[in-house]
Design a protein around this ligand. Structure first.
Ligand SMILES: [Zn+2]
Length: 226
């Protein structure tokens, strides 16, 4: 599950899709699974965590649309006899709607076991420390188009990363409330909420290995219980 969302000047709009798809492919190799086509759109990017509707190119789904999109897909796989499904999420704001989709789908198909995981939740503390060796970790909500996503993209799709276009912004402190309609100027102009400086292919590799290990472990433990 991904999104079509601005990722600053240096990363492509479909960054979340690429990362989710690549991680799913590596996981599939570890647990003998197949990868379904990715969902290229996601729930609305929020002004405080991704810039939201302020940026052209961010093409969002309403929550209800995303919920039933994933629910329908899970139900179709379940109908075809698939008993184990891993939903790999690559977009922060998708989470609540994906949980609801999985819940509703498995109420209809209780014999299908579904795991839902967002990759950033599976990065161990020591890996975070290695990745943020020079820069302070800003928290996952602000790690948008920043060091982690940029490093993963350098590792997965280096030709789509243009670090020469990266603009260092002043430190962004997000609001602790939502205010609508969304007004310009609440997030940095480039759309990047924390620095991407010090991103590297090596960091992308360390992050990937940590996430795929964790995913494989979860699958082996959860799917084995059936
Ligand atoms: Zn992203």
């Amino acid at each position: 599950m991904g999104s079509l969302e601005q990722h600053g000047y240096h990363l492509p709009l479909h960054t979340d899709v690429i990362i989710a798809e690549k991680l799913a492919g590596l996981l599939a190799g570890r647990i003998d699974a197949i990868v379904a086509p990715a969902v290229n759109y996601g729930y609305k990017s929020q002004p405080n965590s991704g810039g939201g509707p302020l940026f052209p190119g961010t093409i969002d789904l309403n929550g209800e649309t995303l919920l039933y999109f994933l629910k329908d897909i899970i139900c179709e796989f379940a109908k075809d006899g698939v008993k184990e499904i891993f939903v790999c999420n690559g977009h922060f704001e998708n989470e609540a709607f994906l949980v609801e989709a999985v819940d509703l789908a498995t109420q209809e198909y209780p014999n299908t076991n579904v795991i839902l995981a967002s990759w950033w939740d599976h990065i161990k503390k020591d890996v975070v420390e290695k990745v943020f060796d020079e820069v302070e970790f800003p928290g996952w909500a602000l790690e948008h188009a920043a060091i982690v996503e940029s490093s993963l993209m350098m590792y997965f799709e280096p030709t789509l990363v243009h670090m020469d276009r990266f603009v260092e912004e002043e430190k962004y402190i997000p609001g602790l409330y939502h205010s609508y309609p969304v007004r310009k100027g609440i997030v940095p102009e480039s759309g990047v909420l924390a620095t991407a400086r010090t991103s590297s292919v090596e960091k992308g590799k360390i992050l990937t290995e940590c996430i795929v290990d964790a995913y494989a472990h979860i699958c082996k433990r959860t799917f084995a219980q059936q």
